[in-house]
Design a protein around this ligand. Structure first.
Ligand SMILES: Nc1nc2c(c(=O)[nH]1)N[C@H]1C(S)=C(S)[C@@H](COP(=O)(O)O)O[C@H]1N2
Ligand SMILES: [Mo]
Length: 258
């Protein structure tokens, strides 16, 4: 492991201690960070009998939380994800959700408002017109779903950092939690929320978002896997309490950066 990997980063309050660093080196030598955990490595690390499902689960859960910490700490808030040309944009985009496209329940945009909660100075809800009056950002980025497919998409909307500053959000908080009209939830670490390629998107390929793709407002970020891009947003909460998420609670790695 090269020394430069362990540069402390601003904004993350969990810089590993020397003892933890030793453990990281040991684990990395055993290839845990690079691939799947072998049963042998797991037995070695946990000292527990891998045939005991509950102890294995608790080790995996602990390791995953630890993994989130390390990833958050390695995350470079200044590194930009690749962008693409208009000619590469797939239109329409590719639909995915935890249910089929025929089951999408459209949001009533005439009454819709974005609700705000938690560590925010001005919690008045936002209308589509107010969002449209904010400075607009454009990005052409790759969407990557853990299921093993991806597409280049062209998104327009309000930069999330700009929005958070505008509403007086406490930017020293740890998490941003999102709720969606379909009951979906997801969350971001603050550094990823403040990344220049993280936005509240209202348009795809230059046109307002259509129903399957999150109308009227969704999150789009170039630094997270697809499942951390909630569609049909209904609320945003700034919090220090770990919020988890729909897939995060079902075992997907919470950080899921890219
Ligand atoms: N509200 C909501 N947002 C969601 C999901 C969902 O089921 N509900 N699925 C996620 C997953 S797994 C993916 S890959 C992307 C798909 O976005 P797309 O349909 O615009 O390609 O939406 C994400 N956001
Ligand atoms: Mo996904």
């Amino acid at each position: 492991m090269s020394g430069s990997v362990f540069r402390p980063r601003g904004g993350i309050d969990q810089a590993p201690l020397a003892a933890e660093r030793k453990l990281i080196e040991t684990i990395e030598r055993r290839g845990v960070l690079k691939g799947a955990v072998s049963l042998g490595a797991l037995t070695f690390l946990s000292g527990c009998d891998v045939t005991n499902e509950r102890s294995v689960q608790s080790v995996l859960t602990a390791m995953s939380a630890w993994n989130d910490k390390v990833q958050a700490w390695l995350f470079d808030p200044n590194r930009l994800a690749p962008t693409f040309t208009l000619a590469e944009v797939v239109d329409p985009p590719r639909y995915n959700a935890y249910y089929q496209i025929e089951e999408v329940r459209p949001v009533d945009i005439s009454s819709w408002k974005l609700e705000l909660a938690g560590m925010i100075g001005d919690k008045r809800p936002w209308t589509p017109a107010q969002l449209a009056a904010m400075p607009q950002q454009d990005m052409i980025i790759r969407h990557v779903c853990v299921e093993g497919w991806d597409y280049v998409g062209h998104w327009t909307g309000v930069n999330l950092k700009t929005f958070l500053e505008r509403i007086g959000a406490d930017l020293t908080a740890k998490f941003i939690a999102f709720r969606s009209y379909d009951g979906y939830v997801s969350s971001l670490d603050m550094a990823s929320a403040l990344h220049p390629q993280t936005m509240l998107a209202t348009h795809y390929a230059g046109r307002p978002l259509t129903e399957p793709f999150g109308a009227p407002l969704r999150l789009r970020t170039a630094v997270k896997l697809g499942f951390k891009n909630p569609k049909w947003l209904t609320s945003i909460e700034v919090t220090n309490a770990y919020p988890g998420g729909y897939w995060e609670d079902r075992g997907y790695n919470w950080f899921s950066g890219m």
